[in-house]
Design a protein around this ligand. Structure first.
Ligand code: PAN
Ligand code: ZN
Length: 192
């Protein structure tokens, strides 16, 4: 207990209430509506129409009280609603960790996918309850609900990792994921 004599948070247990979608004790909660996803869907007119038509909640993120600071290990649970916009499955914004640190996701419920992009190559991890997806340092990541019920997953990441959303706006994610007639359609990010 040398440098860390005053811990920001004590040792604790944290409970997730699946029905309510809440963590206890809780930290910040984020709600991402369609309007928060500007510039991310392939069809910007369909995106604008969805914003005008009720601006639905696409996903929410509940966090524990563990702070996003170096050496801490924050956690959050993201729940993405099922849906498509011009065929493109609903998703998170996606980001890169500027400090290039690893992260894990654990699927809790529903059916999703984890799309990773290192600027050149893309990777896809199918996420069903019990699956742990690993994002190595330097891989931008986006989560996508590929099912017809809400998709929830736990994220655990280094507190000093930071979140760079501009990276995805600039570089894309390599691919997009659309709902096809017989399953998922992966298309190139720019052409699709
Ligand atoms: C996750 C994400 C969360 C929301 O906790 O932040 O799923 O996605 P966006 O941050 O891309 O909107 C995580 O990867 N944290 O590092
Ligand atoms: Zn992350």
């Amino acid at each position: 207990m040398s440098e860390y004599s005053a811990l920001p948070v004590p040792p604790m247990s944290i409970r997730f209430d699946q029905g309510a979608g809440t963590l206890s004790p809780e930290g910040p909660t984020l709600t991402r509506r369609m309007s928060d996803l500007e510039g991310l869907f392939r069809d910007s007119e369909a995106w604008a129409a969805a914003v005008a038509d009720g601006d639905p909640i696409v996903y929410s993120v509940v966090s524990s009280p563990v702070p996003e600071i170096d050496r801490e290990l924050p956690q959050s649970i993201t729940t993405i609603q099922p849906g498509t916009t011009a065929g493109e499955l609903w998703m998170t914004k996606g980001h890169q960790h500027p400090n290039h640190q690893g992260e894990i996701y654990l699927c809790i419920s529903g059916h999703g996918g984890l799309l990773m992009f290192d600027g050149t190559e893309t990777r896809w991890v199918d996420m069903t309850p019990g699956t742990i997806g690993y994002m190595p340092p330097g891989w931008a990541h986006r989560s996508i609900n590929v099912g017809d019920e809400p998709y929830s997953f736990l994220a655990v990441y280094p507190g000093g990792a930071g979140h760079d959303y501009g990276w995805v706006l600039e570089h894309g994610m390599g691919q997009r994921v659309l709902a096809g007639a017989d399953g998922l359609d992966f298309v190139n990010y720019v052409e699709g």
